[in-house]
Structures are given as structure tokens and as C-alpha cells.
Design a protein around this ligand. Sequence first.
Ligand SMILES: Nc1ncnc2c1ncn2[C@@H]1O[C@H](COP(=O)(O)OP(=O)(O)OP(=O)(O)O)[C@@H](O)[C@H]1O
Ligand SMILES: [Mg+2]
Length: 238
Amino acid sequence: MSLLTVSDLNVNYGDTRVLWDIAFEIEEGQFVSLVGANGAGKTTFLRTVVGLVPAVSGRIDFDGVDVTTVPVEARIRAGLSMVPEGRRLFKGMTVLNNILIGAYFRKDRQGVLEDEEKVFGYFPELEKLRNRTAGDLSGGEQQMCAIGRALMARPRLLLVDEMSLGLAPVIVERLAEVLARINTEQGMSVILVEQDVEIALELSSRGYVIDNGRIVMTGQSSELLADPKIREAYMGLV
Ligand SMILES: Nc1ncnc2c1ncn2[C@@H]1O[C@H](COP(=O)(O)OP(=O)(O)OP(=O)(O)O)[C@@H](O)[C@H]1O
Ligand SMILES: [Mg+2]
């Protein structure tokens, strides 16, 4: 069953249109990537799905409910949670407090404790740093912290914006491994947005390619990875 269905979505910044007639779908338990160049509209798409940017027209259905005009807080409660571009941690606060902010809207204390354990289970390296100030962490550790924070909302759909940007390959591999585990072990649906097309398509089962605010290609990730047009345009390969 489809968990998120976006249809005919148009989004503007001021008078400038940045997303055109977007159609996008993800099923429960799927791992889908959205790839494209700098400025293509990937972040805007995620921000519109969670309600931080309004749609000009079109429709966003989540779990069978039209959420197009629903406020951000209610969308989080419904099960949408985002790892934002650039992590956006509270740099002066501890790792643990940053992670707990993700549970801000929850009342089930027991569940929150369980999820805290789960997060530190996925990222044991973070548990050792739980009382450290987030601003003192490395980029990779900060990304783990941002993913942990998003998981604390116990989402049904996790939206990750630029997981790999600026991080060393070994760290990216570690983060990728955890995202894959979260998807397979918990059956959590994941949308991964990446400029690094190869990483995203290797992790996901389906992919969308966005160019200049329009979806220009979609299909099985393995097919997209093998497509000469994609290899040339986005991976610098011929
Ligand atoms: N707050 C804003 N106000 C006006 N224009 C914006 C704003 N944010 C982004 N844009 C413009 O909207 C377009 C889409 O930007 P967006 O950030 O969604 O792209 P992106 O695919 O996430 O890019 P990147 O790979 O660099 O993160 C770009 O032309 C960008 O300059
Ligand atoms: Mg972006």
C-alpha cells in the first residue's frame, strides 16, 4: 500500500516556481531515493512534504490522509520525520539532549526510553559521546546525532536530506549501513535525497531523478544505475 503519494505538486518561492507537477510515491517499508544536481529542488520537495513550505497546487497524501495543508507538528505526529540538510543541531547542547528533542511531541515515556536505547544501539559511537556538546563532534558524528534525533519521533517515513555531503567515504558507508538496517529491521520507509547519485541508488530499491524542478526519470534503482544517460550526467562516467 502506498504510504506517501504526491501528485501534481507545484511549489514557488515568491513568484518563482521551483517544483513543477511533481508525482512521487513510496510504499510502506520501501527505500526510495531522489537524486539530482545542485539546486534541482530536492530540499524544497522534502520541506514541502513535511509542511515547512506550502504547496501552490497539488496534493500530498500520507497514510491515506490528505495532509497538503496540515501543519508541520501534526505531520510529525502522523509519522513524518526529517533529517535536515546541514544537520541543524543545537550546537551548544549535549548529544543526548539533541536526540531527545526529536521526541518533543511524544507523551509515551517508556517508548521514548526504548527508542533512545535503539538509537544508541544503532550508533554505539554516539553513546560514548552522549554528554558531549554537539558542536564539538565531527561531521559524521553530527550526522549520526541528526539521524538519531529524527528516529526519536518514531516515524513511519524517514526523510533524509543529503546524508553524505562533506563526509569521508568510510563514514558515509557507516551511515548507509545504519539506514539500510533501520529500513529492513524496522520496516521503516525511507526517502533519501542525495547529490551523490551512486550512493543513493545503491541503497534504494527505486529512484527518482529531478532536474530543474521536474521529475525527469523514475524506475528501479538498479536500472537507473545502469542507464548510460544517468552515468554520464550524474556520475561522470561514460
Ligand atoms: N528560501 C528560498 N528562497 C528562494 N529561493 C530558494 C530558496 N531555497 C531554495 N531556493 C531556490 O530553489 C531552487 C531549488 O533549491 P533546493 O534547495 O530545493 O535544491 P536542492 O536540489 O536541494 O539543491 P542542493 O543539492 O544544493 O541542496 C534553487 O534554484 C534555489 O536557488
Ligand atoms: Mg538541498
